[in-house]
Design a protein around this ligand. Structure first.
Ligand SMILES: Cc1cc2nc3c(=O)[nH]c(=O)nc-3n(C[C@H](O)[C@H](O)[C@H](O)COP(=O)(O)OP(=O)(O)OC[C@H]3O[C@@H](n4cnc5c(N)ncnc54)[C@H](O)[C@@H]3O)c2cc1C
Length: 439
């Protein structure tokens, strides 16, 4: 790793822009691909961050949820499932597990299906990625924000805060906009657009907590976590998405896996149809009619007693009160129907989200339709490769976003190196002349 003084003027074979999860992976596989061919390429990964890998370090609450035991295209949104599948299958969970094991990081599977390092420390994951990139011969240069990337007849010229890089191939791994203080500030989208790409809109936070109106009754339940089913419907009532999982009530709204997973669907759908609606079932798997029947059968025991079998006391009381249903004693039919409806379908008047600073991923970006899936090379700008969250692919909670970074980083890094090896490289010429490679 080198910290830079701003005066570089280098020619490299492969320039990786962004040394996060996808970029470190791409740099490693670019170097390994050259080595496997008995050649050497100058591979340089530049990153704007002073400290590399901030996002890896905070991932999974500091434990880094590296992947999931089972990953399919159904775990993602954005570009088409078929295109996502094509990339995922090139570097699956088994390859991820082997890559990290070879790098000295054993992974363990938890009950949720998520895979974490046995060390329970994200630091071991970041250290391994940096070490493997170095072992593969890639140089890491930072802080060096890439300001522009221009296409030239021979390749690319990248102007950075640390100087100029002339590169035969560029791999864009700048991430999205989530956690901008980590360095992923969305500037990669402008670089991609400057090289001719379109961006799938809207570009909105994904895996982000949602906000309710100030003083909403749910905010008084802050700290409560419980299993739920969250449903998203269009203004016409058509079901758009259903997510089952736990929900956390917060002092400003809602969070937890089910809410985080549905958040990108709500934000993207609302962009097209402001009338979209979210509703929450506090008893997942129970329909209005089933709950109504249970309330009838339990006549005499009182509504509160029935709800408390599955719900926290303060939530059960709140629901009875809001539905105008007596907590104890007889339950008139109208009140019973109102209560059953509220419990199984509480309308959520979402007024916003916590923004990119609180989001774990980004929805939107460069559509996969604009890259060749077998190489991740741009269809609109040959010689440019893309990987990671800069692409229009975002996964649900559980290690899926990193798996996308590893898979797309592998494909882009290997293919960019293969392409660079097809022409005599500066490094080859330098070796022939007895010159050593770049730092
Ligand atoms: C709090 C949090 C927790 C998360 N936990 C998990 C988890 O446990 N499991 C999981 O699968 N996913 C998790 N994610 C999501 C995951 O971190 C991302 O999907 C993944 O890091 C994306 O990889 P990437 O390499 O594409 O982008 P990033 O990791 O964002 O890396 C992009 C890099 O590019 C650099 N960069 C950006 N623009 C420029 C520029 N112009 N010039 C130079 N460098 C630039 C940035 O500094 C950054 O280092 C989490 C995200 C957050 C925010």
């Amino acid at each position: 790793m080198s910290v830079d003084d701003g005066t570089r003027d280098e020619t490299v074979d492969v320039l990786v822009v962004g040394a996060g999860a996808a970029g470190l992976c791409a740099a490693t596989w670019a170097g390994r691909t050259a080595a496997a061919a008995g050649r050497r390429l100058s591979v340089v990964a530049v990153d704007s961050a002073r400290k590399l890998g901030a996002k890896i370090l905070v991932a999974g609450g500091g434990r880094c949820n590296v992947t999931h035991w089972q990953v399919t295209e159904a775990d993602y949104a954005g570009s088409t499932p078929a295109s996502i599948r094509k990339v995922l299958r090139r570097f699956g969970v088994a390859e991820t597990v082997r890559f990290f094991a070879d790098a000295g990081v054993e992974l363990k599977r938890e009950d949720t299906g998520k895979l974490f390092p046995v060390s329970d420390s994200a630091r071991t994951v970041l250290d391994a990625l940096v070490r493997e990139a170095g072992r593969a011969g890639a140089a890491l240069v930072h802080p060096a924000k890439v300001l522009t990337v221009a296409r030239t007849a021979a390749g690319f010229v990248a102007e950075t805060a640390a100087g100029r890089f002339v590169a035969r191939r560029v791999i864009l791994c700048t991430g999205g906009k989530s956690l901008p203080k980590s360095g992923s500030d969305g500037s990669g989208f402008a670089l991609a657009a400057g090289l001719g790409h379109t961006l799938a809109e809207p570009i909105v936070p994904a895996l982000v907590p949602l906000v309710l109106p100030p003083g909403h009754w749910i905010t008084s339940l802050a700290g409560l976590t419980l299993p739920t089913e969250v449903r998203l419907a269009g203004g016409n009532g058509r079901s758009l998405a259903t997510v089952t999982g736990s929900t956390l009530c917060t002092h400003v709204g809602l969070s937890g896996p089910a809410i985080l997973d549905v958040s990108r669907h709500w934000l993207v759908a609302r962009h097209a149809d402001p009338a979209v609606r979210l509703a929450l079932n506090w008893l997942p798997g129970t329909t209005l009619e089933e709950l109504d029947r249970r309330l009838v059968e339990a006549a005499g025991r009182g509504a509160l007693a029935v709800l408390r079998e599955q719900l926290a006391d303060r939530l059960a009381r709140m629901l009875c009160e809001l539905a105008g249903a007596p907590a104890t004693g007889d339950l008139p039919r109208d009140a019973r129907r109102r209560l059953a409806s509220l419990v199984t379908s509480t309308p959520l008047e979402i007024v916003g989200d916590r923004g990119f600073a609180a989001a774990e991923a980004t929805a939107g970006g460069v559509p996969l339709a604009e890259v060749r899936l077998e190489t991740m090379e741009s269809r609109v700008c040959p010689g440019l490769f893309l990987a990671g969250e800069v692409l229009d692919v975002d996964g649900r909670i559980g290690g899926f976003n990193f798996q996308w970074a590893w898979a797309s980083g592998f494909v882009a890094g290997s293919a960019a190196a293969t392409a660079a090896l097809q022409t005599p490289t500066d490094t080859d010429a330098g070796r022939a002349a007895g010159r050593t490679s770049t730092s």
